[in-house]
Design a protein around this ligand. Structure first.
Ligand code: FAD
Length: 811
C-alpha cells in the first residue's frame, strides 16, 4: 500500500476507473484507486449496457457522445474488448403526447449535433422486426446509440489507467477521509492511511455513507432495478437495435442471441434502508416477479414473441438515484479537494466516459471544464441527503425516466419540506404549488370554483387563463408575489466591501441603502451567478440570489475570500419572507400601510429603506423582476402573515391579485430579464448576454473575469443572446427548441413563455454567427424556432420585446 498519492479514488466501478484513467491521460501519474471488493463488483457488473446519447442539456449529451467514442476505441488502445456496438435505437410512442415529446427530442438532438430521425411505423418495424406497431403512433430513430459490456469497459479503463501509471488496489476499504483546514488531505483505509492532495468519492450507492463521515451530503438512495434475459430467440441478432417503449416503461436489447428486457417501474422499491450490507459484491437481490409484472405485461404487448421465450434470468440489482434524476459531479462545497462522482440514476455506463473525463479535468484545472450545472453537486443543500426524504423521492424518481416530459411537471413525493410563512394563506386563496430547492412556491392561483391542480400537456395548460389574469394585474394594477424562496446571504465585516468588489463585475462600493444588480464572473468572464447586492451598512451586504443557487453562491464567495479577510458569510434565507408588490398601483397600495415617503424622489429605483409597514419592520427594496414599478418587501418571518393579510385587505379596491411563478415567467420574458442557469451560465459572459450595463470595467478594484471581458471586447461578438417574438399567436415554444437562421441551426432556446401583454410567445436564446451577431443580421435574416419538428417564424431582436416606456419601472 502506498503511503501517499496525488489523488485517491474511492470505488472501482466504471466511474472510478474512468476518473483514474482520465487523470492519467492529463498527466497525473500518482493516482491510487481503492476498491473494497473487486473491480466492477458494485452496480456496474450487472448493468444492461445501453448507451443512449441524448440528454436534456447540450453538455450532458456531449459527455455521453464522448463516452461512445471512447468505448469504441478503448479496445485498440488496451487490447481489452468493451463490447461496444453502434446498433442504434428506436423509441416508440403509444400516445399523441408521447409523440410530441419524441419529436421535441429529435429536434433537440439536431440542435446538439446528434443524428435523429422521426420515422413511420413501417420503418420502425423494418429496423426492429419483433415490434408490434398496430397500437403505436410513431417512432424516432437514433442511429448513433449503442451498447457495451459494462464489466469489460471497466476492465479496459482499469487497464488503460494502470498503463498510465495509476495503482488500482482491490480488497481495500476506505473507512474515512482525512480533512485539515477545510480540505481533504488523505484517507483512512482497512490497510492504513494514505496522504493525498485530492480525494474522489466514486463509491456508487455507498457514496452517501462515505460522504456523511466527512459532512459532505451526497443525496442518493439505492432502488431495486430489474431486467430479464431470455434464452436465444430465432431472428434476434447482435445487430438488433435497442428499442424503448417509454409508455410501457420498458426497453429491449439483444443479449447473447436472446432479448434483455428491463424498465423503469413507475413506483420503484427503495433498497438498503439500513445501509448496504457488508460484503455486498457481485451480489443481486431476490427476484420479485410481482413487481416485475407491470413491465412484463407491457413488454409482451410490444414484443409479442417474448411471451413464448424461455426466461434465462431475472436480474434484480440495486442502483442509486438522486432527488432529481441527474447524477452528482464536482467538488463538494463543504470540503476543498473532495470530489464526488456518484448517483448515476441508471445512466452510469453511458455517462462514465464523459463524466470521468469532465471530473478529471475539473480536478486538474480546479474548475469545471464546462457548464455542468444540471449535474453539479452544488445544486443540493444538506437537507437533500436526509434518508427519509431520499427514500420517498427515489421511489418516484426511477419512473420519471420514462414519464412524458411535460413542461412544468412537478414531482409529487418529498414535498412540503420548506414553507413560506404565508403558505397556508396562499393555499386558502387557491395557490397551486410547485417545488424548488425544497420550497413550496405558488405557481398559479385557481379562482373560486377551479381546482388548483395543473393538468399537464404540451399545449396551453389549464392554468393559462389564470396566469394571464395575474400577469395583467401586475402590468395594469398591482399583484403580490410570495418570493420568500429567494436565496439570501449576509456578508459582514470590515473587509466585506473589498471581498465583494473583487467578486462582482458591477461596482458595489455604493452608499448604504443602494442596490446593485451584478454578475459574479469566473476568470473566463462567464456567470457564476447573478445577484442583487444591497449595502445595508458600511460593513454589511445582503446578497439576494435564485432559490436554487444558495449553496453554490455561498461556496463561490467563501472560496474566493482571502484567508485573512475580516468578513463572515451567513445564509439568512430563512430569516426573511419576501413579498413582491408589483404593478403601477403598488405605490398607492403600500402608501396605505406606511407613513414612509414612497415618492420617486424619496425612494428612488435601486434603493432599500427600512420602513414600518402594516406595523412590521420591513426592508423595502425598490427593484423588480417583472418590469413594473414595485417593491420587494423583506419581512421578518414572524411578521409576514400579518403583512400579507394587511396587503390583501388594503388592496381589494385597487385590483390586487395574488400571482405566482408562471406569471413571473411571462412577465420577465417580455422584459427579457435573464435567468441564471438558463440565459446566464458559466459559459456566457455579460457581453454576450447583453448585460454590459451591469459591468464596471473602470471601477477602481479589479474584479474576477475583467481581463477576459477586456479581451473579448476587442473582437466582434460571434454569439449573442437574442429575444424572439413568435409571429403565430398559437405557437408555444417551451424552451430548448432549435433556433434557425435562414434555415440553418444557429442555437437553441434558453427560456420561453407566452407573453400575455404581447399576445404572443416570447423566447430567448443564444445565436451564433462567425461574422458577428448584430442588429443588421437580426433584421436581415429569417429566424424560425423548430417546435416539435414544425418551424415557426419569429422576430429577432437584441432588446426587450416589451418595453413601452423604459422608465416606467424607475418612476
Ligand atoms: C439493472 C440495472 C441496469 C442498468 N442498465 C444500465 C444501462 O443500460 N445503461 C447505463 O448507462 N447504466 C445502467 N445501469 C446503471 C449503472 O450500472 C450504474 O449507473 C453504474 O454502474 C454506476 O457505476 P459506479 O462506478 O458509480 O458504481 P459502482 O459500480 O457501484 O461502483 C462503486 C464501487 O465503490 C466501491 N466502494 C464503495 N465504498 C467503498 C469504500 N468505502 N472503499 C472502497 N471501495 C468502496 C464499491 O465496492 C463499488 O465497487 C443499470 C443499473 C442496474 C442496476
Amino acid at each position: 500500500m502506498p503511503e501517499q498519492a496525488r489523488a485517491v479514488i474511492v470505488g472501482g466501478g466504471i466511474v472510478g476507473c474512468s476518473v483514474a484513467y482520465h487523470l492519467t491521460t492529463l498527466g497525473w501519474r500518482d493516482v491510487v484507486l481503492l476498491e473494497q471488493g473487486r473491480l466492477s463488483g458494485g452496480t456496474t457488473w450487472h448493468a444492461a449496457g445501453l448507451v443512449g446519447q441524448l440528454r436534456s442539456s447540450a453538455n450532458l449529451t456531449r459527455l455521453i457522445r464522448y463516452s461512445a467514442d471512447l468505448y469504441g476505441r478503448l479496445e485498440a488502445e488496451t487490447g481489452q474488448a468493451t463490447g461496444w456496438k453502434r446498433c442504434g435505437s428506436v423509441s416508440v410512442a403509444r400516445t399523441a403526447e408521447r409523440m410530441v415529446q419524441l419529436k421535441r427530442n429529435a429536434a433537440l438532438a439536431r440542435a446538439y449535433g446528434v443524428d435523429a430521425e422521426v420515422i413511420g411505423l413501417a420503418e420502425a418495424r423494418r429496423l426492429y422486426p419483433p415490434l408490434r406497431t398496430d397500437d403505436l403512433v410513431g417512432a424516432v430513430w437514433l442511429p448513433g446509440d449503442g451498447k457495451v459490456n459494462p464489466a469489460d469497459v471497466t476492465q479496459a479503463l482499469a487497464r488503460a489507467a494502470r498503463a498510465g501509471g495509476a495503482r488500482l488496489r482491490e480488497g481495500v476499504t476506505v473507512t474515512g477521509v482525512r480533512i485539515a483546514q477545510g480540505a481533504a488531505v488523505g484517507v483512512e483505509t482497512s490497510e492504513g492511511p494514505i496522504a493525498a492532495e485530492v480525494v474522489v468519492n466514486c463509491a456508487g450507492m455507498w457514496a452517501r455513507e462515505l460522504g456523511r463521515l466527512s459532512n459532505v451530503p451526497v443525496p442518493l438512495h439505492a432502488c431495486e432495478h430489474m431486467y430479464m434475459v431470455t434464452q436465444p430467440i430465432a431472428g434476434v441478432s447482435p445487430d438488433l437495435p435497442v428499442m424503448r417503449d417509454p409508455d410501457g416503461h420498458v426497453y429491449f436489447k439483444e443479449e447473447v442471441g436472446g432479448l434483455l428486457m428491463g424498465g423503469f417501474d413507475p413506483w420503484a422499491k427503495p433498497w438498503g434502508m439500513n445501509g448496504i450490507p457488508e460484503g455486498f459484491s457481485f451480489a443481486t437481490l431476490p427476484e420479485d416477479w410481482d413487481k416485475f409484472e407491470i413491465l412484463m405485461t407491457n413488454a409482451i404487448t410490444r414484443v409479442p414473441m417474448l411471451e413464448a421465450a424461455p426466461v434465462r434470468l431475472l436480474m434484480n440489482g440495486p442502483e442509486s438515484f438522486t432527488p432529481d434524476n441527474y447524477f452528482i459531479l464536482g467538488e463538494a462545497p463543504q470540503v476543498r479537494r473532495y470530489y464526488v462522482a456518484a448517483g448515476f440514476c441508471s445512466g452510469g455506463i453511458a455517462a462514465a466516459g464523459g463524466a470521468g473525463r469532465a471530473l478529471a479535468e475539473w480536478i486538474v484545472e480546479d474548475r469545471p471544464p464546462m457548464d455542468l450545472w444540471p449535474a453539479d453537486i452544488r445544486r443540493f443543500a444538506p437537507f437533500h441527503a436526509d434518508p427519509r426524504f431520499l427514500r420517498e423521492r427515489a421511489s418516484e424518481i426511477v419512473g420519471v425516466h420514462y414519464f412524458v416530459a411535460f413542461p412544468n411537471r412537478e414531482l409529487t413525493s418529498g414535498r412540503g419540506l420548506r414553507r413560506s410563512p404565508v403558505h397556508d394563506q396562499l393555499r386558502a386563496r387557491g395557490a397551486c404549488f410547485g417545488a424548488k430547492m425544497g420550497w413550496e412556491r405558488a405557481n398559479w392561483f385557481a379562482p373560486p370554483g377551479v381546482s388548483p391542480e395543473t393538468v399537464y400537456s404540451f399545449a396551453r395548460q389549464n392554468w393559462f387563463p389564470h396566469a394571464a389574469a395575474e400577469h395583467r394585474a401586475a402590468r395594469e394594477a398591482v399583484a403580490v408575489f410570495d418570493q420568500t424562496s429567494f436565496g439570501k446571504l449576509l456578508l459582514e465585516g470590515p473587509d466585506a466591501a473589498g471581498v465583494l468588489q473583487r467578486l462582482c463585475a458591477n461596482d458595489v462600493d455604493v452608499p448604504p441603502g443602494r442596490l446593485v444588480y451584478t454578475g459574479m464572473l469566473n476568470e473566463r468572464g462567464g456567470f457564476e451567478t447573478d445577484v442583487t447586492v444591497t449595502r445595508l451598512a458600511g460593513d454589511a451586504y445582503l446578497i439576494v440570489t435564485g432559490s436554487a443557487q444558495v449553496t453554490r453562491d455561498a461556496s463561490w464567495i467563501r472560496r474566493h475570500m482571502p484567508g485573512q479577510a475580516r468578513a463572515v458569510l451567513a445564509d439568512v434565507t430563512g430569516t426573511w419572507a419576501v413579498l413582491g408588490v408589483m404593478g403601477p398601483r403598488s405605490r398607492q397600495l403600500l402608501s396605505r400601510l406606511t407613513d414612509a415617503d414612497l415618492s420617486n424622489e424619496a425612494f428612488p429605483f435601486a434603493t432599500m429603506r427600512e420602513i414600518g409597514l402594516a406595523r412590521a419592520p420591513v426592508r423595502a427594496s425598490r427593484i423588480t423582476y417583472v418590469g413594473e414599478l414595485g417593491w420587494e418587501l423583506y419581512v421578518p418571518v414572524e411578521f409576514a402573515a400579518g403583512v400579507y393579510g394587511a396587503l390583501r385587505e388594503a388592496g381589494g379596491d385597487l385590483g390586487l391579485a395574488d400571482a405566482g411563478y408562471y406569471a413571473i415567467d411571462s412577465l420577465r420574458m417580455e422584459k427579457a430579464y435573464r435567468a441564471w442557469g438558463r440565459e446566464l451560465t458559466t459559459e456566457d459572459t455579460p457581453l454576450e448576454a447583453g448585460l454590459a450595463f451591469a459591468v464596471r470595467l473602470d471601477k477602481p478594484a479589479a474584479f474576477l473575469g475583467r481581463e477576459a471581458l477586456l479581451r473579448m471586447r476587442e473582437q466582434p461578438l460571434t454569439r449573442r443572446l437574442v429575444t424572439f417574438v413568435l409571429e403565430d399567436g398559437e405557437a408555444l415554444p417551451l424552451g430548448d427548441e432549435p433556433i434557425l437562421c435562414d434555415g440553418r441551426i444557429v442555437g437553441s432556446v434558453t427560456s420561453a413563455a407566452f407573453g400575455h401583454t404581447l399576445g404572443r410567445a416570447v423566447a430567448m436564446g443564444y445565436v451564433r454567427h462567425p461574422d458577428g451577431v448584430d442588429g443588421a443580421l437580426l433584421e436581415g435574416a429569417t429566424f424560425e424556432l423548430d417546435i416539435a419538428g414544425e418551424r415557426f417564424k419569429a422576430r429577432a431582436g437584441l432588446r426587450a420585446p416589451y418595453d413601452p416606456q423604459g422608465l416606467r419601472v424607475k418612476s
